[in-house]
Ligand binder design. Structure first.
Ligand code: SIN
Length: 529
C-alpha cells in the first residue's frame, strides 16, 4: 500500500518541452494535472539541469510560412532523407505541418526567438537543404524554451512535484490508471485516467553523452513494464561533435551543429577535411554520415579526436555563448579556433511506439518527446526536429487527455516497490560504449547481451537503483534490437552486415516473462532507400 494517494485527470512524468507543453495545454483546458519531475525545481542558475530540453542548442526546425525558399514538402523530404528509409512519411507530415502553430503558441507562453526586422533568424544544420532552424539566445534555445515553460508552469494551476521519481505505471485490466512514485522518500500514488511519459532519452546507457544525468531510459523501462511496445531502439544517434576531454565520463558539452551551419569545418589532426568526398552536403551531411566520417578520420590518423575549426565563424563567443561557456568550464578555450570533438551518444530515434495522438497500445498510456517513436525520426533524426516534435506531440497528448478525462478508473492495490535487476553502471556503460555504439557486430552484441544477463536483483527503494534498473532494461532492449537488425542503416551500423536491406522494416519488441520478444514487423518503405 502506498503512503499517500492523489487524484488527477492527467499525470505527466517529465518536465521538458513535451511534458510541460502537454501539462500546460491540458491545464488550460480545465484538467487537473500533476507533473512528476525527477529533477530539482527548475532554476536558470542550476549548474546541472535535469532536462534534455535545457541543453538543446541549435534550435527548432520549423517551416516559416512566410519563407519563399521553404515548404513543408521540402522539410519532409529532408526528414525522409536523413531517416534512411525508416521515417514514416504519413506520420511525419502532420507533425511538421503543425510546427508553426505550436511555435506560435510557445511564443505566446513567453519564449523569445532571435529575430531581425520582425522575422525569426534562421540557421542551418546537418541534412537541411535550407536555413530553417529558429534559435534563441544564439545557441541557448533549449534553455530559453525551458525558462518560458518553467515560468508558465509556475504561474499556472499545475501541481509540479520536484524530485519525484516514477516507480511504476499502474494498470487495471490492461488500462493505465495511475503512477506510483517516490517523493521525499515516501512511496505515493497519483490515480488518473491518463498517464503521459515524457521522460527524455537514454544517453547514460553510454559512458559519455550530451544528455543530462537523468537520461537513464526511465520512460522506455516504465512503458515496457506496463505492457507497451517499443521499436527501433537500435537507432541511438551519435552527435558528431561532442567536446572531447580525455577520460571524461557522463554529460559532456555539445558543440552545436549550427556551428558548422555558420562556417565551422571538421578537420582531422593533420588538418585535412573530415567529410571531403563523403557526401554532397559535406560537413552538413546527415548526422549519421558525419559521425561515421569523424570516426573514420580518427581511425585514419590514430588520434582520439578530430577538430572543429571555428576560425571561419564570425564573433563565435557572441553567436555561441553556451558552447563557449561549456568549453571554458571544461578547461579549454575558444580563442585558438580549434575545438577537439568526438561523436557522443545524443538521441534515441526509436522509442515507445505511439500513434499520431501519442497513444500506445495500453489504453490511457501516452508517450511524447524523445521517449516516443512516432515515425518522424526513422533511422537517423534530422537535426532540430526533436524540439519540434516535443512541442507538437505535447499538444496532441493534451487533447487526448481531455477526451479521456471522464473515463472511469478503478483504484487497484498498489504493488510494493520490490526489487529489480541491476548491473554496475560503469560496467554497463563501458560495454555499451565499446560494442554497441557507432559500430556493432554479432560477437560484440552477444558479449554484451551475456554481460547484461549477469545482472542481480537489488531493492528498488532509491533513485539510483531505480535508474540502474531502467538503464539495464533499456540496454537489453537496444542490444536485442541491434541483434535483430542484420543490415546497416542510419545510426545502426553492423560490420558483419554492411549493406542496407531493400525493405526498411520497423521492428517492435515487448517484454514477455521478462524477455524482450519481437512482436511486430512493419515495412515502412519497400524501395532500396
Ligand atoms: C545541435 O545543436 O547540434 C543539436 C540539435 C539537435 O540535436 O537536434
Amino acid at each position: 500500500m502506498a503512503d499517500t494517494e492523489r487524484r488527477a485527470d492527467l499525470v505527466v512524468v517529465g518536465a521538458g518541452i513535451a511534458g510541460l507543453t502537454a501539462a500546460l495545454s491540458a491545464a488550460e483546458r480545465g484538467l487537473d494535472v500533476i507533473v512528476l519531475n525527477k529533477g530539482a525545481s527548475w532554476s536558470p542558475d542550476g549548474a546541472e539541469q535535469s532536462t534534455a530540453t535545457f541543453y538543446a542548442q541549435g534550435g527548432i526546425a520549423v517551416v516559416d510560412p512566410g519563407a519563399d525558399d521553404d515548404s513543408i514538402a521540402l522539410h519532409l523530404s529532408d526528414t525522409l532523407a536523413a531517416g534512411a528509409g525508416l521515417t514514416d512519411a504519413a506520420a511525419s507530415e502532420p507533425i511538421l505541418s503543425d510546427g508553426w502553430s505550436a511555435v506560435t503558441q510557445l511564443v505566446g507562453r513567453g519564449a523569445e526567438f532571435d529575430s531581425a526586422h520582425g522575422r525569426f533568424l534562421r540557421t542551418r544544420e546537418g541534412g537541411h537543404s535550407v536555413r530553417r532552424i529558429i534559435h534563441a539566445g544564439g545557441d541557448a534555445t533549449g534553455a530559453r524554451v525551458q525558462a518560458a515553460l518553467g515560468t508558465a508552469a509556475a504561474e499556472s494551476r499545475l501541481r509540479v512535484l520536484d524530485r519525484a521519481w516514477a516507480a511504476q505505471v499502474l494498470t487495471d485490466a490492461g488500462q493505465a490508471v495511475g503512477v506510483s512514485y517516490v517523493h521525499g522518500g515516501v512511496h505515493s500514488v497519483v490515480w488518473a485516467p491518463t498517464v503521459l511519459l515524457a521522460t527524455g532519452g537514454v544517453g547514460h546507457v553510454y559512458a559519455a553523452t550530451t544528455n543530462p544525468a537523468g537520461a537513464t531510459g526511465d520512460g522506455v523501462a516504465l512503458a515496457l513494464r506496463a505492457g507497451a511496445r517499443v521499436a527501433d531502439l537500435e537507432f541511438v544517434q551519435f552527435h558528431p561533435t561532442m567536446l572531447f576531454v580525455p577520460g571524461a565520463r557522463g554529460r559532456r558539452t555539445l558543440v552545436s551543429e549550427a556551428v558548422r551551419g555558420e562556417g565551422g569545418r571538421l578537420v582531422d589532426v593533420d588538418g585535412s577535411s573530415v567529410t571531403a568526398g563523403v557526401h554532397s552536403l559535406g560537413d552538413l551531411a546527415p548526422r549519421d554520415v558525419v559521425a561515421r566520417a569523424v570516426r573514420a578520420a580518427m581511425e585514419r590518423t590514430g588520434a582520439d579526436h578530430v577538430y572543429l575549426d571555428i576560425t571561419g565563424v564570425d564573433d563565435f563567443a557572441a553567436r555561441f555563448p553556451t558552447v563557449t561557456a561549456g568549453v571554458r568550464t571544461s578547461g579549454l578555450d575558444v580563442d585558438g579556433g580549434m575545438l577537439p570533438v568526438v561523436p557522443g551518444a545524443h538521441y534515441l530515434c526509436g522509442g515507445v511506439v505511439t500513434d499520431d495522438a501519442g497513444r500506445t497500445g495500453v489504453p490511457g498510456l501516452l508517450v511524447a518527446g524523445e521517449t516516443a517513436r512516432t515515425g518522424l525520426h526513422g533511422a537517423n533524426r534530422l537535426a532540430s526536429n526533436s524540439l519540434l516534435e516535443g512541442l507538437v506531440m505535447g499538444r496532441q497528448t493534451a487533447a487526448q487527455a481531455v477526451e479521456r478525462a471522464s473515463v472511469p478508473i478503478r483504484e487497484i492495490g498498489v504493488p510494493a516497490l520490490g526489487s529489480a535487476a541491476v548491473l554496475d553502471r560503469s560496467v554497463l556503460q563501458d560495454a555499451m560504449s565499446a560494442r554497441v555504439a557507432l559500430d556493432r557486430d554479432a560477437a560484440g552484441l552477444a558479449e554484451v547481451a551475456a554481460l547484461l544477463a549477469t545482472a542481480a536483483p537489488r531493492d528498488r527503494d532509491d533513485l539510483r537503483v531505480a535508474e540502474d534498473a531502467s538503464l539495464l532494461l533499456t540496454a537489453r532492449a537496444i542490444v536485442a534490437a541491434a541483434r535483430a537488425r542484420r543490415e546497416s542503416r542510419g545510426a545502426h551500423s553492423r560490420a558483419d552486415f554492411p549493406e542496407r536491406s531493400e525493405r526498411a522494416v520497423s521492428r517492435g519488441f515487448a517484454l514477455v516473462d521478462d524477455e524482450l520478444v519481437v512482436i511486430g514487423e512493419r515495412v515502412v518503405a519497400d524501395a532500396l532507400v
